[in-house]
Design a protein around this ligand. Structure first.
Ligand code: BYC
Length: 335
């Protein structure tokens, strides 16, 4: 089982490396480690702002994974074959697993899972904008794999080199699974594109609806990205939002050609001077509307999540009762 729990500072004692050291010396040691590209571990001293930034990003990431189970989960009972159903079930379960690794990584920073989930359920915490769009067709499931997971890989591979050890290690496993997710999506779309004209039209329709929200998923333009500079200084973020978006566009255009779909952007063209693609303007007003809770599915996603949490209360109660019984038995045997 994936766990980092042995490393969790318990708050009852100063961090090991802090014993006897003056605050300036601790900051200097932290800066030296960051400059030398070494990992910061839970028991190491770290500036409070670094800790808070990590809690923010890792918990938002965890929330995105578990909310991200919904758009595709919606199609498990309607998958067109047993094979597609098995693949989709595995993928959606993987997303749940990613959420668990990430909540575990966040917990190493001294925050409780209950408080993180509470922030999600009360609408205080953000999660990725992309999961507030509906999955109208079976083709949407393939497009999520190809484009959404494709964008996720582009964003998350650099996080495998994040300066915070538990987050970086969680991301290595997550990225391996995301690669399978992306490939199954592409393969499913390939099959649909070799089908009937109606199937091809459904794939194109799904691509038309998802393309722009996927580009926005990388976050606001660098000039409007409040966290990038500090995140990069700390080695949490390795590549800026715009640079990742550009890499994604450049990687995706040839894939679209192989599939035989048109990306819905008349301004999308190769720029010989830049050796990159130019692309059209992203609707940032729409992005912020979605981030601020007013997207097509925000309310539905949150309501489903709260209901799932409440419906699962008996499982948590049962696990705790079992743990209490185990503890009591061990104490009795030790006595
Ligand atoms: N949606 O200063 P910025 C997945 C917020 S899971 C909502 O650039 P930063 C998958 C941002 O939080 C995908 N909010 O921030 C799962 C900030 O607000 P706060 C999730 C967004 O942190 C299941 C403000 O805008 N991936 O792929 O430097 C199935 C300013 O932004 C978004 C991760 O979480 C957005 N799209 O950069 C399939 C990866 N973008 O917090 C697939 C880890 C920005 O200051 N996270 N905001 O109030 C990151 O890499 C970075 O946090 C981001 C944003 C690139 C997302």
């Amino acid at each position: 089982m994936y766990t980092q729990s042995l490393d969790v500072p318990d708050g009852s004692a100063p961090a090991l490396t802090a014993v006897g050291a003056a605050p300036d010396a601790l900051q200097t040691r932290f800066d030296e480690k960051i400059d030398a590209d070494q990992k910061i571990e839970p028991q190491d001293w770290m500036p409070e702002a670094y800790r808070r930034t990590l809690v923010r990003q890792i918990s938002q990431h965890a929330h995105s994974e578990i909310i991200g189970m919904q758009p595709e989960g919606n199609w498990i009972s309607r998958a067109p074959s047993l094979k597609r159903k098995a693949i989709l079930l595995a993928k959606v379960q993987d997303e749940g697993g990613h959420g668990l690794y990430l909540y575990s990584a966040a917990e190493t920073l001294g925050v409780g899972r209950d408080s993180l989930l509470d922030a999600l359920h009360t609408g205080k915490a953000k999660y990725s904008s992309i999961f507030n769009y509906p999955t109208l067709l079976w083709a949407d499931v393939g497009v999520i794999g190809w484009l959404v997971d494709g964008a996720a890989i582009m964003n998350q591979v650099p996080i495998c080199r994040c300066s915070y050890g538990p987050y970086a290690r969680a991301m290595i496993r997550i990225c391996k699974e995301e690669s399978f997710h992306q490939r199954q999506g592409f393969e499913s779309l390939m099959v649909q594109m070799q089908g009937t004209a109606e199937q091809r039209a459904m794939v194109q329709d799904a691509v038309n609806r998802w393309w722009w929200p996927v580009l926005a998923m990388f976050g606001p333009p660098d000039a409007a990205s409040t966290n990038t500079a500090q995140g990069m200084r700390w080695g949490i973020k390795r590549i800026s939002n715009d640079d990742l978006r550009q890499k994604f566009v450049d990687a995706t255009v040839p894939q679209a050609a192989v599939l035989g779909v048109t990306l819905p952007d008349p301004d999308l063209k190769w720029n010989e001077d830049r050796q990159q693609h130019d692309y059209g303007a992203i609707d940032w007003d729409e992005f912020w509307e979605v981030v601020n809770g007013n997207g097509p599915c925000n309310k539905e996603r949150l309501a489903n999540r709260v209901k799932a949490h409440e419906d699962g209360q008996w499982v948590r109660d049962a696990a705790q009762a079992h743990a209490a019984k185990q503890r009591a038995r061990q104490l009795k045997e030790a006595a």
